[in-house]
Design a protein around this ligand. Structure first.
Ligand SMILES: CC(C)(COP(=O)(O)OP(=O)(O)OC[C@H]1O[C@@H](n2cnc3c(N)ncnc32)[C@H](O)[C@@H]1OP(=O)(O)O)[C@@H](O)C(=O)NCCC(=O)NCCS
Length: 197
């Protein structure tokens, strides 16, 4: 085990939301948070009054045994454990806040009674979407799209006209699925000066 300090080296190879896994000699050995201003992670704006329908992707997922639904309170410990294991403490803390809202502002993707993804809104800021994540082995099958659309439709239903995707990692994913646009000068935005361990 080791720690890289200073400028990010060229072998940074896997972006996972606000974190980067560093590889050295082919071995993953350190995670560095980018959410405190160490990298360019802009916020994005989404028009909630022009969202694509969520039914087609839900139906497609359902045909493959995957359900997108709101998480409920008795599942909190399982949801948080799942996130912590895959995406770290920061996202776990944010999701914990989503569980203080009623209804819970966290959607999960479920297959065979196991989680394969999650998405939160109204966690770190009101009107913010995120964080979200999908099990690595289950990606690019529409689960992220299903979670994003379910959450954004829920935000529209409670009265928001726009949503802000906080510190967007995969900006192309968001612009592709919901035509999100980058908000200028928004990185590091509200995450500026965040505490470090
Ligand atoms: C980003 C993430 C949630 C996407 O989930 P997913 O289930 O793989 O996404 P989907 O399969 O629903 O993709 C929907 C579309 O976006 C595309 N897409 C997926 N990830 C993309 C990316 N990183 N960049 C560009 N396009 C992407 C897919 O190819 C698909 O296109 P299609 O409709 O033409 O087939 C997932 O890759 C993930 O968990 N990443 C790590 C955590 C992360 O970065 N979270 C975001 C924090 S801001």
């Amino acid at each position: 085990m080791g720690t890289i300090t200073g400028k990010l080296p060229a072998h940074v190879d896997i972006f996972e939301g606000y974190s980067v896994h560093l590889r050295f000699a082919g071995k993953k050995f350190h995670k560095k948070s980018l959410r405190n201003g160490d990298g360019f992670m802009p916020d994005m704006l989404v028009k909630l009054y022009q969202l694509p329908e969520s039914d087609p992707v839900r139906k497609q997922l359902s045909a493959n045994g995957i359900e997108i639904r709101r998480a409920i309170a008795p599942e909190k410990h399982l949801v948080l454990d799942w996130i912590k294991e895959r995406f770290g403490e920061g996202w776990t803390s944010e999701c914990e806040v989503a569980f203080t809202n009623q209804p819970v502002s966290c959607y999960i993707a479920v297959q065979n009674q196991k989680m394969v993804g999650f998405a939160c809104y109204d966690a770190t800021c009101r009107n913010f979407f995120g964080p979200m994540g999908v099990e690595e082995s289950a990606r690019v099958h529409g689960i992220g799209k299903g979670l994003l659309l379910a959450s954004l439709h829920a935000m529209h239903a409670i009265g928001y006209g726009y949503a802000i995707i906080g510190s967007a990692g995969p900006t192309e994913f968001y612009s592709k699925v919901v035509h999100a646009t980058i908000i200028e000068d928004s990185s590091p935005g509200i995450y500026r000066g965040m505490l470090k361990r």
